[in-house]
Design a protein around this ligand. Structure first.
Ligand code: 9MR
Length: 629
């Protein structure tokens, strides 16, 4: 051993002996009857006390042996204080020293973050001014009216400035002002599921938005803002435009300052399948509130699905003159399965399930949902509707969910932070990995009522709200040490120090894909869970996005609702309405028209689909897909 090594070992050992214990914890709140844990560094064997507001010790726990959690690159003792079941604010002591942050225990501990993370969608509204009454100091002028959106050549439309359509409303995707159908798909589904599975709770939850006084639950009013925009993105032939953005990203300015023209860009199967799935689910959920709108969603869903079915090779490709987000390379077979499952659920028509059975899906296919992989969305819908789908499909869907959920629970074994995240999870948007894992776990809980799944989900909430090696609450506006400088144009340009509240930062990203632009090497020599930079330049570790907030809202909203109402979703409930496919405008075509070029033509006095095969032959179908002479 060299002299230098000896010195280093001595230095490390000394710091270990004298280091004050550090505590990482949820900074927002713990549910009265839920799992309560904190991670204590350098505390093994020490007594950890929790003192109430009067200074009385409510509980003392001996910190257990420290265990590693690889992504943090350190060991911690996971201290469980679930025994405290009296609401209040407590302080943590190790010996005489106060450590960590105040511990807040309440029956509604997740209600603030549920509302906050849903209110984010209001703050992301395009095409409207945010009034002070609803937005407080974050009130702002209307931006991106999008009432005269132009067509980019990639849509196949005339590109003249006279040719426009109304693509208003919708949510801005993220820190940028784009509106992207693919990402809206998973986001809107996730929020609709949050409502559908927790109606009792969300029927009365108020978000203080302009529609709060109507008869529709606020969460559905908010989602409707985006659905109206999505509906506007369907072309006359049923296909759906990929996105609505300027050609290049705007500068870091307020929405109303952006003057560059906005375009519908591309039309492809990724957007069309996504749209079909979401509109089918919306048709069911909105039918008690607005049956005309619900019917239009069902029709739009079938038309989009038909277009996607008949244009199987029309993938979106980013045009050369466009630099906004791509959302390309989604796994299309997962989209097809998802959309067909949603359509089958509302119609009961075997046209849709036939295609579900053409692929052999097993638990081996299980992979976490994201904007590019929608297999689990299909699984969630099928597993929670056992009276609608065939038993074999329900079994497969459950196998997919439990394959993932059980692997997350297994990863908690000897895990000092109690967080079901592994080194491989720390890529762009890692916080949405945590939240989406939570969504899988909640489904496993709904299906089994086994507390271990709910507890693992609570561990992920705790991680996102502070039980992480950066002691960071990743939700803006919540916790003692929240994210302050997210990559979010409004927050950067509005002149207010604190960012718009209720936004989940993308989170640590071991690949630091923005290091070049940001001129930082925030991931260098850092364990994955520390590869994060709270700086607005860091779009790859500190942007916000609708598809990241949605699973977070789902996670905290579901746990809060389950706890508040004392019950989880009853999987025996059915779709609210069955739509007759015959009454809808299109049906499966007799032959799969691969490589055909299709267009709608008027022949005689009726509209029909003309399909030109690779050999130039033309075939005609009516709008129900029936072959015509
Ligand atoms: O979330 C997306 C991530 O998975 C991709 O790796 C990344 C690069 O293509 O893009 C992310 O999505 C961004 C989108 O393209 C544009 N709006 C902001 C999104 C979040 O960063």
């Amino acid at each position: 051993m060299t002299f230098k090594n000896t010195l280093m070992i001595t230095a490390c050992a000394t710091s270990a002996i004298f280091a004050a214990p550090t505590v990482y914890q949820n900074q927002v709140g713990f549910l009265t009857n839920g799992l309560k844990q904190i991670a204590v560094i350098d505390g093994a064997g020490k007594e950890v006390s929790f003192k109430d507001a009067e200074g009385t010790v409510a509980l003392t726990v001996k910190a257990p042996e420290a265990q590693a959690w690889e992504p943090a690159g350190k060991e911690a003792s996971l201290v469980d204080f679930s025994e405290i079941k009296t609401p209040g604010t407590y302080k943590i002591f190790i010996g005489d020293e106060e450590v960590g942050h105040p511990v807040i225990i309440s029956d509604n501990a997740y209600e603030g973050v549920t509302k906050g993370s849903l209110k984010f969608f209001y703050f992301q509204r395009s095409s409207t001014a945010l009034e002070e009454e609803y937005a407080g100091e974050y009130a702002r002028a209307a931006g991106h009216l999008d009432t005269a959106v132009r067509y980019h050549a990639s849509t196949g439309h005339e590109t003249s400035t006279d040719s426009t359509f109304n693509g208003s409303k919708g949510w801005y995707d993220a820190g940028d002002y784009g509106k992207y159908i693919v990402n809206s798909g998973i986001t809107t589904y996730t929020l609709l599921q949050l409502y559908q599975q927790n109606k009792d709770y969300f029927d009365t939850l108020k978000l203080n938005i302009p529609e709060s006084n109507n008869d529709v639950p606020d969460i559905l009013d908010e989602i409707r803002w985006n659905l109206d925009w999505m509906a506007s993105m369907q072309d006359k032939d049923g296909g759906v435009f990929h996105k609505l953005t300027t050609k290049q990203f705007a500068g870091m300015v307020m929405p109303e300052k952006v003057t560059a023209p906005r375009f519908a860009i591309g039309k492809g199967i990724e957007a069309s399948w996504n749209f079909a799935a979401v509109m089918a689910l919306a048709a069911d959920i909105y039918s008690p509130y607005d049956s005309a709108f619900a019917d239009s969603c069902a029709k739009a869903a079938v038309r989009a699905r038909w277009w996607a079915y008949t244009h199987p090779t029309e993938y979106y490709e980013q045009p050369r003159d466009v630099g906004t987000g791509t959302y390309t390379n989604a796994i299309v077979w997962t989209l097809k399965l998802w959309a067909n499952a949603e359509l089958y659920r509302i119609t009961g028509d075997k046209v849709f399930t036939d295609s579900l059975h053409t692929l052999k899906i097993s638990s081996k296919n299980a992979s976490l949902q994201s904007w590019s992989n929608d297999l689990m969305l299909e699984a969630f819908t099928i597993a929670t509707n056992p009276e609608v789908f065939e038993a074999a499909d329900v079994d497969t869907a459950k196998a997919l969910i439990f394959a993932l959920a059980d692997s997350y629970v297994a990863s908690l074994d000897k895990n000092g932070f109690g967080v079901a995240m592994t080194n491989n999870d720390f890529f762009w948007g890692s916080n949405s990995v945590a939240a989406n894992k939570g969504m899988v776990l909640i489904h496993a809980y709904i299906l089994s009522k086994d507390e271990k799944y709910l507890n693992a989900a609570i561990g992920l909430v705790d991680y996102l709200l502070g039980r992480n090696p950066l002691d960071k609450s990743y939700l803006t506006g919540f916790g003692v040490n929240p994210v302050m400088n997210p990559h979010h144009r409004v927050s950067q340009a509005d002149g207010i120090e604190a960012p718009v509240p209720g936004m989940l930062s993308g989170g640590p990203n071991a690949s630091a894909n923005d290091a070049g632009t940001c001129r930082l090497d925030y991931a260098k020599d850092k364990p994955p869970a520390e590869a994060y930079y709270d700086n607005s330049c860091s779009f790859a570790s500190n942007e916000v996005a609708i598809n990241w907030n949605a699973p977070f809202a789902y996670l905290v909203g579901s746990i809060q609702a389950i706890t508040a109402t004392g019950k989880a979703f009853d999987v025996t409930s059915k779709a609210t309405k069955t739509y007759q496919l015959d009454a809808l405008p299109a049906k499966k075509l007799a032959a799969r028209p691969t490589n055909a070029r299709n267009r709608l033509v008027v022949k005689g006095n009726s509209l029909r689909l003309e399909m030109t095969g690779a050999d130039g032959t033309k075939k005609y179908y009516d709008l129900r897909g029936k072959k015509m002479r």
